[in-house]
Write a protein that binds this ligand. Sequence first.
Ligand code: NAD
Length: 359
Amino acid sequence: MKKTITVIPGDGIGQEVVSASLTVLETIAKKFNHTFSYQYALAGGAALDAKGVPLPDETLKLAKSCDAVILGAVGGPKWDSNPQHLKPERALLGLRKELGLYANIRPAKIYSALAEASTLKKEVVSGVDIVVMRELTGGLYFGKPSGFERRNGEEVGFNTMIYSESEVRRIAVAAFEIARKRRKKLCSVDKANVLETSQLWRKVVLETAKDFPDVELSHMYVDNCSMQLIRNPKQFDVIVTENMFGDILSDEAAMLTGSIGMLASASLGGNVAMYEPVHGSAPDIAGQNKANPIATIASLAMMLTYSFHLSEESDILEQAIENVLNKNFRTGDIYTEGTTLLGTKEMAEKIIHELSTLH
Ligand code: NAD
């Protein structure tokens, strides 16, 4: 199989985790006789420094003309005081919008070797296997009008939370389809007791459910869901929710697994999907070969599944990650006494070595 991948390393540890992860992907390519070609592009702070904008047109053009996009992370203190339209994070919103990526999938799965690393009790988290599906291009983060103005003699800031039926329906369909391939349980999270957008959300999800009678649907208010995720996370299979609720809940679900350095994501919806670790550019450890590359490597496993339909390759990659953890190799973020501490590159090398032993 021949595929072209747009690689956007971004800033800080983004560059380190992406370059380490590509060595792993190349091993998969060789092992299974695939040819992946890479076109590099700038976004975030790196693009601001080189081109004066967070998302240059060339980057968008490359992202739209390939089979999948890999992104590291963007942002850093150097650009924190930039005006809103020149913040590195604008690149993420732009890519999601321009590529039509309305569904963000974040698995929160506990690797058994890491059950101890969670801040919750082992018996609460072991066996947790949740997918949070977040609506990515609507809601409060994109609704207009938004801005600042003076009202009654003082400054106010305002945003608009808005969803159309079609926006809700397409994410609901995507969530039901994922649930159907898993344990067939879907929990739709909203705030329908207060918000009109949530009442519409619930109505459309209920209508969509008629096409998926084999999936058990439940509804939960977002405040209750944030509590239930900590109290009894094993009750969830797939969670679907709107943009801002999903932003918060997916980070919470993520932390059940121990470290943000382990968490992969896929953003789907348009012709080209984007794969990225959940974490940011981690300026505190950038350039030190300390970052955990597993979130990015696991995102590549998602790419193999969702964009290239290479499930055997994806399964082997997941297995290699699991084996390395079972052998007690750790980066600093998941290190515990008695395990072996590795750097970013060395962790990727261990996964590559493991791949050579798997068939
Ligand atoms: P962060 O995820 O970068 O870091 C939070 C903490 O987790 C830090 O202590 C960091 O060292 C640690 N960490 C993160 N990833 C790690 C990894 N792979 N291995 C080991 N440790 C890891 O979040 P932040 O500090 O809030 O943000 C830093 C910058 O990243 C900001 O500019 C922010 O806007 C940006 N950011 C970007 C994205 C993205 O590109 N998708 C997401 C979140 C934050």
